[in-house]
Design a protein around this ligand. Structure first.
Ligand code: SAH
Ligand code: SF4
Ligand code: F3S
Length: 446
């Protein structure tokens, strides 16, 4: 192929799975050394958007951004514009209809076809759309990840089979497929060789992992974590996002057994009302959820638990919402993502008619947010005077002479310390808690 194209501009929206996919796209397209990444759309020859459709706002953002790069293409007709990710998966051909200057539409599971799609677009002069969910694993067709830094994501499964009534993900990402154990292990070992110390395992329903073993059996997430704990160089393990229904006894037990598993778990609950949970088809009751987190805290007493909430789901009453606030108090979440319900076309909830008025949604959103913020702050305050083992991620944002690090529960802590601590785990005593960060002092390297 005669490659005239040189520079790739890639924008990523949505979840960490999209971030992982984007990193793989960069690896794939820059592998032969003929294409380099640029931060500037106006000097790019290939512009790709890796998109998200989980809420309406995220989806509309894509068309807004496409409108902006359209002018660039007028000036540079050879430019390739591609749309990937969940909007692509959902809209397919419709994207080319709405934005005819788009050259390529690819899905989360066809991104490994990008080089062929680009070539076919150039040969035929026609837009190329490939949003299939092929049975074969994209992971087998991608170069090994290249990383900078000490923390890396590893996608271990694709898709979601839960079909919560409000959610678009099962339609955009397809059914659940786990990567074979060996493929995951090889990737983690390769990352460890490149100096990575912290791995975050990714999946929309990551604790439903069932990876094929060499002997033909299936491995669950608890067993996978135990194996990955043994990989030399790997010091910390995280996984996200978990579904409460897949929080097996073995996985809960892993928090007691595996010291490399961090003391943090993101466990979306969505609502504190059984009526709403049933309408969402979440598959658990509030009592069951609370029982899971009680067991988790028994296994790991200092476990920080964060969550996701949707407020203003169709039919949500004042009493339902009050139950959500009550759950936040009972569960003592260490913060949570809070979303106003967004109707997604094609999902079962989109047919519900008992819509909650916008101003009521907004008021509930704000009330929940301030309660969540209060708990977050109280956890931050409780961290003052404790010693935390933190991963140093780089120079502090405000004072380049200082360091910035991350705690287990994802807080930024800034502290003064000796040189070249980047990538190390060090002990830091927290001295002050601010709204969005902590201040600390270096105790020793460990
Ligand atoms: N698989 C994960 C996360 C899915 S998307 C899980 O089940 O928890 C991340 C979050 O977006 C969800 O947890 C939910 O809180 C929110 N979300 C998903 N669909 C939504 C919608 N239609 N409107 C508002 N928020 C939504
Ligand atoms: Fe969506 Fe539910 Fe699957 Fe999460 S578990 S991705 S909310 S369908
Ligand atoms: Fe968005 Fe798709 Fe992730 S809808 S949240 S990018 S799975």
């Amino acid at each position: 192929m005669n490659i005239v194209m040189r520079k790739l501009y890639l924008r990523t929206f949505g979840c960490q799975m999209n971030e992982y996919d984007s990193a793989r796209i960069v690896d794939l397209l820059t592998d032969d050394g003929e294409i380099v990444l640029t931060e500037r759309a106006d000097e790019a020859d290939i512009i790709l958007f890796n998109t998200c459709s989980v809420r309406e706002k995220a989806q509309e953002k894509v068309f807004h951004d496409l409108g902006r790069v359209r002018a660039l293409k007028t000036a540079k007709p050879d430019m390739i514009i591609g749309v990937g990710g969940c909007v692509a998966s959902q809209e397919g051909e419709a994207i080319v209809k709405r934005a005819p200057y788009v050259d390529i539409v690819f899905g989360p599971q066809t991104l490994h076809h990008l080089p062929e799609l680009i070539a076919a677009r150039r040969q035929t002069g026609k837009p190329q759309v490939d949003i299939r969910f092929p049975e074969i694993e994209k992971f087998d067709h991608l170069p090994p990840p290249r990383v900078e830094g000490v923390s890396a994501f590893v996608s271990i499964m694709e898709g979601c089979g839960k079909y919560c009534t409000y959610c678009i993900v099962p339609y955009t990402r397809g059914k659940e497929i786990s990567r074979p154990f060996e493929s995951v292990l090889l990737e983690v070992a390769d990352l460890a060789d490149q100096g990575v110390k912290e791995i975050t395992l990714l999946g929309q329903n990551v604790n439903a992992y069932r990876g094929q073993k060499e002997d033909g059996g299936l491995m669950d997430l608890a067993e996978l974590l135990a194996y990955l704990s043994e990989v030399p160089g790997i010091e910390r393990l995280r996984f996200t996002t978990s579904h409460p229904c897949e929080m097996s006894p073995a996985l809960i037990e892993a928090f007691a057994r595996l010291p490399k598993l961090v003391s943090h778990l993101h466990l979306p609950v969505q609502s504190g009302s059984d009526r709403v949970l049933a309408a969402m088809k979440r598959g658990y009751t509030v009592l069951e959820y609370k029982s899971i987190i009680r067991k988790l805290r028994r296994a790991r007493p200092n476990l920080s638990i964060t969550s996701d909430f949707i407020v203003g789901f169709p039919g949500e009453t004042d009493d339902d919402f009050a139950a959500t606030l009550k759950l936040v108090e009972d569960a003592r979440f260490d913060g949570a993502f809070n979303f106003i319900y967004s109707e997604r076309p094609g999902t079962p909830a989109a047919n519900l008619t008992n819509i909650v008025p916008r101003d009521v949604q907004q008021a509930r959103f704000e009330a929940l947010q301030s309660l969540l913020d209060a708990y977050y702050q109280s956890y931050s305050a409780a961290m003052v005077d404790t010693v935390q083992r933190v991963l140093v991620t780089g120079p502090a944002a405000k004072n380049g002479a200082e360091w910035q690090a991350r705690t287990d529960n994802n807080r930024v802590v800034n502290f003064a310390g000796a040189k070249d601590l980047i990538g190390q785990y060090v002990n830091v005593r927290v001295t002050r808690a601010f709204a969005h960060s902590l201040r600390g002092e270096w105790v020793d390297a460990s």
